[in-house]
Design a protein around this ligand. Structure first.
Ligand code: MG
Length: 391
């Protein structure tokens, strides 16, 4: 749990919903769009903001594994179980945060709103300097009418109406007290209602159309398209060779394969992972494995090449890249790759955090020709396809 004097705002993501009406078989907050889970995108927007010290998450019963898979290694400040209603869940989350020491402010956010601009957070925290609460709102631009049995009813004047989004920001102790004092017989659909019931003034700041909640299947399709429209495909290859030396196994695609010889190298000499690491570095035009992990550096002696690959993955992710597919070809007369192929694919998929169907491992001999054919060493080629912002 991060806790600093300067950063006294915490975020609370409410992810306890079980709704699967958007399709995909998972509660919508755990579905992926553009390769990232919906909740992971919301998490990053909050966690990456310099004025937010940590992100607490409230989840539904039995959602621990879904959350861990969705967060892909991201670390929430804490996670706690929600309640029967959204209001119960928020109160549970506020109490869990308070147990670690009450912050000055809290931003309460719906997990199903993944596209949260930092500017909205800036506006909310700015408003909290003078008001106990603040919410992002959007003007209503469509004509509003009452709809009765499929027939158009009276027009509702839209002047003075606004649509309310999240995150909703509050001074922490004020919103905790408001939730604790809420009359149980009533329900509230958001925290601004709870705050106002307690007599707190809630400021309206400009929201953002990007912040719309993902509710229906069409919302997911639109979000995928919007993400894809901003990304361009890039393809890059890698190639590597290591010579055989004395030994009893080789490392190939992260697996220890028994063999009558070993591969010589400064690291663990995993030709498959070296070729793939270079392919990924190629997609971001960021040098090669030798420039990131020079053989002259004692730190990489005997190194697990999975670490090289994970570093390349983190560099691609830092540029906003999404890995679509990788394909590795191993060239040797022996050992036989076929019996290990599926385990290699799974290992590479785990290292890349990709589903198995996006990872291919192939093998070929070179018909006894050349250095691989003479059994002097092994070679590998890899190709990686990614999409990333053109910047
Ligand atoms: Mg190498």
């Amino acid at each position: 749990m991060t806790s600093t004097a300067q950063k006294s705002a915490m975020a609370l993501i409410v992810a306890a919903g079980n709704g699967t009406r958007a399709g995909g078989g998972l509660p919508k907050q755990y579905r992926r769009i553009g390769g990232e889970a919906v909740i992971a995108r919301a998490f990053d927007a909050l966690a990456d903001h310099p004025d937010i010290a940590g992100v607490h998450i409230v989840i539904g019963a039995d959602q621990e594994e879904m959350l861990a898979a969705a967060l892909d290694g991201r670390q929430p400040a804490s996670v706690s179980p929600g309640g029967a209603t959204r209001r119960d869940s928020v109160l549970a989350g506020l109490r869990a945060i308070a147990a670690h020491g009450a912050p000055e402010a809290v931003l309460i956010h719906d997990a199903a709103r993944p596209f949260l601009p930092a500017a909205v957070i800036d506006r909310l925290l700015g408003a909290l300097e003078t008001q106990p609460g603040a919410v992002p709102t959007l003007a209503v631009v469509d004509t509003l009418v009452r709809s009765e049995d499929g027939a158009l009813g009276d027009t509702v004047p839209r002047e003075g109406l606004a649509r309310v989004q999240t995150p909703q920001a509050f001074r922490f102790n004020a919103i905790l007290a408001a939730h604790q004092n809420w009359p149980e017989a009533h329900e509230a659909t958001d925290d601004a209602q709870v705050a106002r019931m307690a007599g707190l003034v809630v400021a309206a700041v400009p929201g953002d159309p990007m912040l719309e909640k993902l509710t229906h299947e069409a919302d997911f399709a639109a979000a995928e398209q919007r993400l894809a429209a901003g990304l361009i495909p890039r393809t890059a290859m890698g190639f590597d060779v290591h010579a055989f030396t004395e030994g009893d196994h080789v490392m190939l695609c992260g697996l220890k394969i028994p063999h009558t010889q070993a591969l010589a190298g400064h690291s663990d000499a995993d030709v498959g992972l070296h070729a793939l690491t270079d392919a990924l570095l190629g997609t971001i035009a960021d040098g090669d494995i030798g420039s990131h992990f020079p053989p002259s550096d004692a730190r990489w002696k005997g190194a697990d090449s999975g670490k090289f690959l994970e570093h390349a993955v983190s560099l691609v992710a830092a540029k906003g890249g999404v890995i679509d597919h990788v394909d590795i070809t191993i060239m040797c007369e022996a050992p036989k790759i076929g019996p290990h192929r599926d385990a290699m694919r799974q290992r590479v998929a785990d290292l890349l955090r990709l589903p198995l169907h996006r990872v291919s491992v192939k093998a070929t001999t070179t018909e006894k020709l050349g250095f691989t054919g003479r059994g002097e060493g092994m070679a590998a080629q890899a190709i990686a396809s990614v999409r990333m912002p053109d910047a």
